[in-house]
Ligand binder design. Structure first.
Ligand code: PCA
Length: 218
């Protein structure tokens, strides 16, 4: 007798370009990984608007539709030189620039009455170790900032707080070479795609993080 086995999915989101840019590496990563099979899971790559408020309901819709086992949201952190799994999401919106709908919230909670912060459910140090072993620059980041990326990261962890079967977190990536101004760090797209794929694989393979001293992963 044949049994129908439905492969569970991994959701990888990227953001639309923002701040007048024409490209966002996170979106290119999500596009490139869409349809890939990693450790028995099919990757669904999806786009989130770079808009406070709207990005979270869109993420929640994707969670309902795709029922992923793992969610990794990816965003651009221009100026960073490494692929950086974020350790913590803060319950604050404090925008340096307007989002793509023109909103620029100041000192506003992401979720009124929510906890001050959530920790990532990804094994952030194991991910850094795996990427470094593959020759990619990677560091644990202690803050995702207070713009739309942190907003989505917090919204994700708040949505998953009662769903222990779904793990999630956030990874910031550097500029693409074509975005970087003189002297700014960047990484080729293929390195970032490979890095996020390795992060997915590491998160699927190990539930517990590696116990490395902070100094070894920063
Ligand atoms: N980076 C921004 C928002 C969208 C993105 O890719 C951030 O770091 O908040």
């Amino acid at each position: 007798m044949k049994t129908k086995l439905k492969m569970r999915t991994v959701l990888v989101t990227g953001f639309e370009p923002f701040d007048g840019a024409e490209i966002n590496p996170s979106l290119e990563i999500a596009r490139n990984l869409h349809g890939a099979v990693i450790t028995g899971h099919t990757v669904v790559g999806a786009l989130l608007p770079c808009v406070f408020g709207a990005a979270i309901p869109e993420l929640q819709r994707l969670l309902r539709v795709h029922r992923p086992a793992l969610v990794i949201c990816v965003g651009q952190a221009g100026g960073r030189a490494a692929i950086t799994p974020e350790r913590v999401a803060l319950n604050v919106d404090d925008a340096r620039i307007p989002d793509n709908a023109g909103a620029q919230p100041v000192d506003r909670p992401v979720v009124r009455g929510g906890p001050a912060a959530y920790f990532s459910a990804l094994p952030v140090k194991a991910i850094v170790a795996a990427l470094r072993a593959a020759g990619l620059p990677s560091e644990v980041s202690q803050t995702a900032g207070t713009f739309v990326c942190n907003h989505v990261f917090y919204g994700l962890m708040h949505s998953l707080r009662t769903r222990k079967d779904v793990r999630g977190g956030f990874i910031h990536v550097p500029f693409l070479p074509e975005q970087a101004q003189k002297g700014q760090a960047s990484l080729p797209l293929e390195d970032m795609v490979y890095g996020v794929a390795l992060a997915v694989e590491t998160a699927l393979r190990r539930k517990k993080d590696l116990r490395l001293a902070g100094g070894q992963t920063q």
